[in-house]
Design a protein around this ligand. Structure first.
Ligand code: SF4
Length: 449
């Protein structure tokens, strides 16, 4: 792809882990609405649970997560106690005892403090919910602070999938992002996890970091492959210093430009494909036998706040500061800052401060966007029929899509949209063509590639 073309489509768009996206959530959906939505849920529905742990021992400068520094364990224990209260408060508003199919611990560093928060939350979940046999219980891990005791605590809590941040193995890149992590350290944690029976391993890599080159990204892919992960995520660094102030410590002069980011993504993707991984959406890769690859092959791949998932549960309940929940009625989000989350929980019994109730148009556009983001193709007319609306309901999207088709990023056949291999990394732009909320409001997003 030539530089001019990359520059033409180098735009900022949402990642579409929900639709409408979080910047369009409104304060009119708060604790009272969430309580009503919880009470309305049919107790036969399986649940997914997400726990956010907003603490790290120090900040990596590239980080875009909702987190803060906790050098001591006191704040962790206080947070853990509130978390248990929130789990009880949510469970008490449900109409019965629900089954749970999937649990995910994200952050921040959920394993901070030796995994004590993971253990406490899992005990609270087991007391309030029925974990299905074979439920996936996943946890994000910072290998730099993961000790033998942490691994034992995770095993005792029932964790069966681990996601480890790697980013780039090059020492200069690591220095420039304030994350020194020798590959041996990552390998030792992977071995310890496997030794304790946590066999499903995900590794997170990045491109677009300061001083990254195609060669460095390729070496990182090779090193990651050497650890035999089941899945790899390949995230583009999102430089949003107006939202994440610590990113101002990144030297912007060393950031790869749009065409170079595209070359890094292309080189890493090609290498991963050659190594036998199946491309999942625009930023994941999985072994063909992994549940994510099987879900893709069977048309069951989903997208939620953790990214791509094989989890079919129709309800995701979020716990902890900034956590987002997805219910059949709409989305809810907790207060983002730990103090505000704590205060909201105490004042209203639930920590919800924003959200959105879905209307018919939102549901239609959400379905089209999710299929496009997951399958790299969508038959808009067919989705419209499923939603009992006329096929031309979303024709407003097609001017932009025709322009993308003209540049070879996608193919159009009547109202069927299919990304080309060249266009795969630009799928968020195609999804944005269906986003009726995008240009309302002042939200700024990360680059498409
Ligand atoms: S990348 Fe992970 S470990 Fe680093 S600051 Fe962000 S959440 Fe913490």
């Amino acid at each position: 792809m030539d530089s001019e073309l990359v520059a033409r489509w180098d735009r900022s768009v949402p990642r579409y882990t929900s639709y409408p996206t979080a910047p369009h959530f409104k304060p009119s959906v708060g604790a009272e609405t969430y309580a009503r939505w919880l009470a309305e849920l049919d107790s036969g529905l399986p649940l997914s649970l997400y726990v956010h742990v907003p603490f790290c021992r120090e900040l990596c400068w590239f980080c875009g997560c909702q987190t803060g520094v906790a050098r001591k364990d006191g704040p962790l224990d206080a947070y853990g106690a509130r978390l248990i209260e929130e789990i009880a408060a949510v469970a008490e508003r449900l109409s019965g005892r629900f089954r749970v199919r999937h649990v995910h611990f994200g952050g921040g560093t959920p394993t901070i403090g030796g995994g004590r928060l993971v253990g406490a939350a899992m005990a609270a979940f087991r007391a309030r919910f029925d974990l299905e046999d074979g439920a996936e219980i996943a946890c994000e891990i910072d290998p730099r602070t993961c000790t033998t005791q942490t691994v034992e605590a995770l095993t005792a809590a029932g964790i069966n999938r681990a996601s480890l941040g790697v980013q780039d193995i090059n020492p200069e890149v690591q220095r420039l992002i304030n994350r020194i992590q020798p590959t041996d350290q990552t390998a030792a944690v992977v071995a310890a996890l496997r030794g304790e029976g946590i066999g499903a391993i995900n590794l997170d890599l990045m491109y677009g970091l300061p001083a990254q080159t195609v060669a460095r990204v390729e070496r990182t892919v090779e090193a990651a492959h050497g650890l035999a992960p089941d899945r790899l995520a390949l995230f583009g660094y999102a430089h949003v210093p107006w939202m994440k102030k610590h990113q101002r410590l990144i030297d912007e002069a060393l950031l790869p430009d749009g065409p170079e980011r595209w070359r890094q993504w292309g080189a890493a993707s090609a290498r991963l494909a050659a190594l036998g991984y199946t491309a999942i959406g625009f930023d994941h890769f999985a072994r063909p036998e992994d549940p994510l690859a099987r879900a893709l092959a069977e048309g069951r791949l989903r997208r939620n706040f953790q990214g791509y998932t094989a989890d079919p549960a129709p309800v995701l309940l979020g716990f902890g500061a900034s956590a987002i929940g997805a219910l059949p009625q709409g989305y809810v989000q907790n207060a983002a800052e730990t103090t505000a989350w704590n205060q909201a929980l105490r004042a209203h019994g639930l920590a919800t401060v924003r959200g959105v109730a879905l209307d018919g148009d939102d549901r239609l556009r959400r379905a089209v966007i999710e299929r496009l983001m997951c399958d790299m193709a969508v038959d808009v007319a067919s989705v419209a029929r499923e939603h009992r609306v006329a096929p031309e309901a979303l024709d407003d999207a097609f001017d932009e899509l025709r322009a993308m088709a003209g540049d070879g990023l996608l193919a159009l056949d009547d109202r069927r949209v299919a990304m080309t291999e060249t266009g795969r990394p630009f799928v968020r732009l195609a999804a944005a063509a269906f986003d009726a909320h995008l240009h309302k409001g002042a939200a700024r997003h990360s680059r498409a590639v």
